[in-house]
Structure formats: C-alpha cells, structure tokens
Ligand binder design. Structure first.
Ligand SMILES: C[S@@+](CC[C@H](N)C(=O)[O-])C[C@H]1O[C@@H](n2cnc3c(N)ncnc32)[C@H](O)[C@@H]1O
Length: 221
C-alpha cells in the first residue's frame, strides 16, 4: 500500500459537495426524519480533509443534525500515519488555502503559529478508525453515503471488484456510493448503477429486477 498516493484536499471536486448540499442530504434528511439517524463513511480518508469537508458542510447547512439526530460518521484509512494526522486536525497554510472556502476557514479553524486547527465542534463529529479494505471489514452500520474516492484506480479489476463487493454489503439499498471523478464501478460490478445528481455522478445498488442499465435523475432543489 506504500505506493498508493495519499493526495487529498478540502472540498475536492466541489460539484460533489454541491450535489450533497442541494440534493442528497435534503433527501436523506426527509427519508430519515423518523429514525433521525445518518450513517456516513469516508472509506479511504487519507489525512482527513474529505471527512472534515463533509462535517463542515453538515454543520453549516444542516444545523438541525446537531439537535437530537444521531450522526455516525466514520472515516477510515489503512495508514496509521494518515489517520494520526487526520485525528489531529492540524493543517498547514497550503492545505487550508487550496480549496477551503475562506468563510469555513474563519468559522471552523483557529490558528496556532503557522498551523490551522479544526475546531472541536467539527473534529468530534468524525470517528477515525484503521480499516484495510483488502481485509474482511469489521462490523459496520448500514451506510447512507460512502465516499470511496481516488482509491480504486490504483488496483486491478479483480481487486476493485472485491472492494466494491464489500461496499455493496454495507451500503443501504437506497444509499449513495461516491467515487473519484475518473472512477467507475461499472466495468467490474454491474450491480451498481450511475445516478446523476445535479452536476455529480453517484452510484446506487441496482434493484434485483432492474436490468435496464443506468438511469439518471435530477433532484435539484
Ligand atoms: C489518493 S488518497 C484518496 C484520499 C481521499 N479519498 C480523496 O479522494 O481525496 C488514497 C488513500 O487510500 C488509502 N489506502 C490505500 N490502500 C488502502 C486500503 N487497502 N484500504 C484502505 N485505504 C487504503 C491511502 O493510504 C490513501 O490515504
């Protein structure tokens, strides 16, 4: 695994976060208004920017989640080094000035010397755990959204199929899988279908009776 890059950034692929904000989370909040529980997983989280971007988005645009909702937000990686940095929530100037909107830097970070520290309010929303996706998964809740971005491209097709199979086992029947901008599950797992949401593409598990191929939808607000 040492040869797999750990490159990441805050709000990588902005259109994905826009689709989550405008369509996916409003839909999930409606769907879960009775059980008031959301389960999210950033499955190759590197140094944590992906998970913290999502936590910031939820805290800023969906503040009611902080009031009597249960948010299970897991972020995992195989690398303990990356997880240690993610848990610390400490980033340098270059990292926070790459794509993080200035209003979020002001609201959810404070400066310590030349470093920027994620506020406890955001940091405590995420539970970090070491998980190697090439090994059997530990027990996990059924996930409403899984981020698996920019990992599959580094594996051959049988390994991609093995990892996608694990994702199918934990993804809710109407949950959303998100891959990197250049990735698709479709060449090695036909049980996923693409779903266009605003300007992003997510993947959902194809129902057993759906042989028609991918369909698109637009849930824009
Ligand atoms: C390119 S980064 C992607 C980070 C983030 N998802 C993004 O898109 O910005 C790939 C990450 O996958 C992790 N990784 C590599 N092999 C893995 C494995 N077998 N299980 C879990 N994570 C793994 C690496 O440690 C690295 O942090």
């Amino acid at each position: 695994m040492d040869n797999i890059p750990t490159e990441t950034s805050f709000f990588r692929d902005l259109q994905v976060f826009e689709a989550l904000r405008q369509s996916i989370f409003p839909e999930l909040l409606r769907r879960h208004r009775l059980d008031r529980q959301l389960n999210l997983w950033s499955a190759a989280c590197s140094s944590g920017q992906e998970a913290y971007s999502l936590a910031i988005l939820l805290r800023d645009y969906f503040p009611l989640l902080a009031q009597n909702w249960t948010l299970n937000f897991l972020a995992s990686d195989v690398s303990e080094t990356m997880l240690a940095k993610a848990r610390s929530g400490i980033y340098d100037d270059l990292e926070v000035h790459r794509r993080l909107p200035p209003k979020f830097l002001r609201r959810y970070f404070h400066q310590e010397g030349s470093q920027w520290v994620v506020s406890d309010e955001i940091r405590l929303m995420v539970q970090f755990q070491q998980i190697d996706l090439l090994q059997p998964l530990p027990p996990l809740p059924t996930m409403d959204v899984i981020f698996l971005r920019n990992l599959l491209i580094y594996f051959d097709r049988p390994t991609q199929a093995e990892i996608l199979n694990k994702m199918r086992q934990v993804l809710a029947p109407d949950g959303y899988l998100l891959l990197g901008a250049t990735e698709t599950p479709l060449r090695c797992d036909t049980r996923f279908k693409p779903v266009a949401v605003d300007r992003a593409v997510f993947f959902q598990i194809r129902p057993p009776d759906d042989a028609a191929g991918g369909r698109s939808r637009h849930t824009g607000s």
